[in-house]
Structure formats: C-alpha cells, structure tokens
Design a protein around this ligand. Sequence first.
Ligand SMILES: Cc1ncc(COP(=O)(O)O)c(C=O)c1O
Ligand SMILES: Nc1c(O)cccc1C(=O)C[C@H](N)C(=O)O
Length: 378
Amino acid sequence: MDGNSLGPLPKSVPTRLSQTVHDEWGAMLIKGWNDAGWMDMPTRLGDRIGAMLGCANGSVVLGDTLSIKVYQALAAALNLNPDRRVVLSDNGNFPSDLYMAQGLLNTLNRGHELRVVDPDKVLEHITSDVAVLMLTHIDYRSGRMHDMMALTKAAQDSGVVVIWDLAHSAGAVPVDMGASGAEFAVGCTYKYLNGGPGAPAFIYVRPDLIDRIDPSLSGWLGHDAPFAFELGYRPAGGIDRMRVGTPPILQMAALDAALDVWEGVSMDELRNNSIALSERFISGVEQHCPTLTLASPRDPQLRGSQVSFQCENGYAVMQALIHHGVIGDFRAPDLIRFGFTPLYLDSGDIDQAVDILARIMRDDLWQDAKFQTRSAVT
Ligand SMILES: Cc1ncc(COP(=O)(O)O)c(C=O)c1O
Ligand SMILES: Nc1c(O)cccc1C(=O)C[C@H](N)C(=O)O
C-alpha cells in the first residue's frame, strides 16, 4: 500500500531488462542507439505517458529526475512572463519543488519572490503580480487534490502561467492536460506508473508553446543537431528541446515494459475502484482504531489515491505494520500514509491491512523496541 511512493515490480520487467541488457547492450554495443531505438525512447515513452494524461502526441518527453523537470518548467514559465516577479505555490507542495524554485530564483537574482500560501488560499492569492502558479495537483501527505480546471482558468484569466506537478496523479486519477489548458506539467514514473526506483521523470509543454521555449538546461541532446557538435546551442524543434543529456536506457526499458500493464485500462474505472478501496479502508480504520484521525479530505472527490491518518507514535506504528507485512509509509510529524492501487490491490488486501493495523493498535505492538529506531529513509 505504498505504490504512491514506489510502485511494485511488474511481472514483465525482469524479462525486458534482461533482453535490453543481453540482446541490445550486450550484442549491439553502441549500435543500440540506432538499431534498438534507444535515442527515441524519451519521446516514444513520452507519447505513451502523454496518452494517459490527455497530452497531444509530441508534447511530452522523458528524462532526468522530477526535481530537474520542475526546474526546467519553472525557468521556461518565468521566461513566458518576464515582467512579473512572483512564483505562487502552497505549503502542501513537495519540498523539492519549493527547493528547486528557491535555487532557480537565487540564480536568476532578478528580485523574484516565492510566495507559499495555504492550499485552500491559492485562489485568492492569484493576483496581477504573479508570474507563475506552480502546484502539486495531489498533496503528497494528505492526498488533498486541487481543482486543476478551476485554478488553471483563474490563473490564466489573470495572465499567470501554470505548472502542475502530477507526481501523485499520473496513473492515480484521470487527468486531461489538454482540456485544462495549462502551459506545463511534470511528473515522475516510479510511483503509480511502476517504472522502478530512479525511473525517469516527464515534462509536458502545451503544444503551441513548445517552439517558444528557451531551455534553461541546454544540454546537447536538446540541441537541434547534437551530432554536428557545434559550439553554440540551438534548441531542437519540438519537445526534444526539453531533453538534456544521455537517457537512462535500462530505466527506460523497465518503464516501457511497466507501461504495457496500462494498455486497455480505463482511468475512470480505475478511479472508481480506487475510491471504493480507500473508502473501505477509512471506514474499517475508523471502526477499529478509534485513536487514529483521518488527515485526508473525507470527500473522495477531493482526494487523490492515497489516505493518511494522524497517529501519535506514527513512526513506530508504521514500522510495526511493515513488520507484519503491510507496507505503507510515515510522513513527519505524525502521519501514516497508504496508497490505493487497484491494478494490484483488492478488497481482501484492504480488509487484511485493517485487521493488522487494528491488532497493532489494540495490543500496543508498536511499543516493541525494535520499531523505535529511525532509519535515514522513511
Ligand atoms: C510532488 C513531488 N515532486 C517532486 C518529487 C521529487 O522527485 P525526484 O526525486 O524524482 O526529483 C517528488 C517525490 O520524490 C514528489 O512527490
Ligand atoms: N523518490 C523517493 C526516493 O528516491 C526515496 C524515498 C522516497 C521517495 C519518494 O518518492 C517520496 C515521495 N515523493 C513522497 O510522496 O513522499
């Protein structure tokens, strides 16, 4: 129940990885860049992911980490709105997004301000000094989901450029970037898309803007003619200009195989199942664990595909849960967090998780000394 942080290993991935290692890298050596289509993987996979998110073909590219893609999107968005100085975000955003913004604004050194407000106050802070609205669609801690359509419209009506971070949305809830009209989206592929640890991130640029983007990370594979080895940078035409350097082919191969699972999956059906599972979990926990308090929106339409409970001693409780075979995670200061992924969880799993959590709470199993020591990665 932690596919919202790292999805599990799809059955087809080991075989695909082995083929890529042996039949491509091993047998083809450097010829793999052409003969195995390695060089085109960032855009080919971009189209596969884009199709799940309502993005037109040729508007999404894979590569780098999400933090890097946030930086690229924000730099490009600021260039589209050069006369304004405020980047608006909220305090439910994932810290790395805010850190990347801080680093970029420091480097620009042109008097920009990062304005961070409460999530429910974003709308009223969309003012005429805001250049860019940069939000994570679904809050990584509470699962609260922003109204993408309404906020994008309000922002654009005020001349604000919009970036959505879809880390907790892609593969979790229906998303239609084209219909939203937002200028940029970014996201990762190691959560609900099951691309594996370190899987590459993606960036979407609204098609009409792509050729106006002046890339801030002007690496050679975003150049118009990388193998001409010119000394001056000229951006590639199209979404290729958001590429930076050499794509991680083994990670891309794993992701390509993982995406096969999604063929024929209806996002609406997935969403209905995810809501059914999370509602079942909430009612089970509230019935059997009276000391836990729901920290996610109660209305499922206002949540993504994860649920958190406030829990005193949450760290130890989560360690006890993991020890007993229920993997969720803990987010400081006191949240235990669970993801609902209907591709591989069913109601039986949910009932079992509730039973185990109830036993841990009722019998104080979390008090065991071995559950108290914190590890570096939580
Ligand atoms: C919303 C959000 N943004 C950014 C990140 C950072 O991604 P990465 O580690 O791939 O840079 C994460 C997760 O780690 C995230 O959940
Ligand atoms: N990307 C991660 C990693 O490399 C190590 C541990 C956790 C992560 C995560 O993705 C955390 C995640 N974004 C979260 O929602 O908390």
